[in-house]
Design a protein around this ligand. Structure first.
Ligand SMILES: [Zn+2]
Ligand SMILES: [Zn+2]
Length: 300
């Protein structure tokens, strides 16, 4: 039986985190976390390496992903737990996203270059390594080339939404993201709702519950840059717990750790009790069998 705390929302170098999947597992081990999930943006590439290290280190690693979606001008993230990383529907999604992100990075770099800024595609792809390429890697190259002082400065200026260098990614609706997680055999949870406007959460939760949302991230790492005081953060977390109760959703939680140079929330900072994982596992066992990759197929 597991005891202690867990962290079900981490990012690795497979998306925009600073630590490799293996290093995240080792850090979790050192911190005494019983279980983690690496929920990289639009990719499950970290899962197998993390699970291998998890078996060595006795840290349970739950397969995860975080899918970006759009709802009326708001960026809404959907976490997928226990997804089957080999399912064709997920593999196709990950592949398409990877290509779209690549095209977008090339376009952002082209725009920066035509404004005379020193940056080239090769350096950006090198910064991404085998992981998906995003604005973070462009920001890192801009820092290395002395254009801006830090990654956060790049995000607040050149790479911000609305800047002439900003290129939007086409994103699914939140319902489509929930449906994708379900079709990949997983359990969908609404990520960090405390950072969404209250009126948006009030509309999203009933709508997504109908679409098959099974969880809501009630415990998130406190990020001073997100504009809430520590007190408001706790109050919002309690409100999200209320949504979980009212809609019969499993409470989930995680820090959204990216590396402290990217964001101030440390691994384990959401202090998620292990009971959350037990409840998530129960939801997974009791999920609609028709949603599994093979379960919905016609029988021959
Ligand atoms: Zn997110
Ligand atoms: Zn995240």
């Amino acid at each position: 039986m597991l005891t202690g705390e867990i962290d079900l929302h981490l990012h690795s170098t497979a998306s925009d985190g600073t630590e490799t999947p293996r290093s995240l597992v080792r850090m979790a081990k050192q911190m005494g976390l019983a279980a983690i999930s690496i929920t990289d943006h639009d990719t499950t590439e970290a899962v197998s390496e993390a699970q291998r290290e998890g078996r060595r280190s006795s840290v349970e690693v739950i397969p995860g992903i975080e899918i970006g979606s759009h709802f009326e001008g708001n960026s809404v993230h959907i976490l997928g737990y226990f997804v089957d990383v080999e399912s064709p529907v997920l593999r196709e999604f990950v592949q398409q996203k990877r290509e779209a992100r690549k095209r977008r990075a090339i376009e952002i770099v082209r725009r920066l270059r035509s404004a005379g800024l020193p940056i080239d595609e090769e350096a950006v792809f090198e910064a991404a390594g085998s992981g998906v390429v995003g604005r973070v890697q462009i920001a890192r190259v801009l820092v290395a080339n002395g254009v801006v002082g830090s990654v956060s400065e790049a995000f607040a200026s050149l790479l911000r939404r609305g800047s002439p260098y900003y290129v939007a990614l086409t994103k699914p609706s939140p319902q489509e993201a929930v449906s994708l997680v379900k079709r990949a055999g997983g359990i969908a949870s609404l990520a960090h709702p405390v950072f969404l406007e209250e009126r948006i959460v009030e509309r999203l939760v009933p709508m997504l519950s109908k679409a098959g949302l099974a969880g809501i991230e009630v415990l998130c790492g406190f990020d001073p840059a997100a504009g809430l005081t520590a007190e408001d953060h706790l109050r919002r977390c309690a409100e999200m717990m209320g949504f979980a109760t009212d809609y019969g959703l499993v409470p989930t939680g995680g820090s959204d750790y990216h590396g402290l140079s990217v964001k101030a929330t440390g691994m384990g900072s959401a202090h998620v009790p292990v009971q959350f994982l037990e409840d998530l596992k129960a939801a997974y066992r009791n999920r609609d069998p028709a949603q599994s990759p093979s379960g919905g197929a016609p029988r021959s």
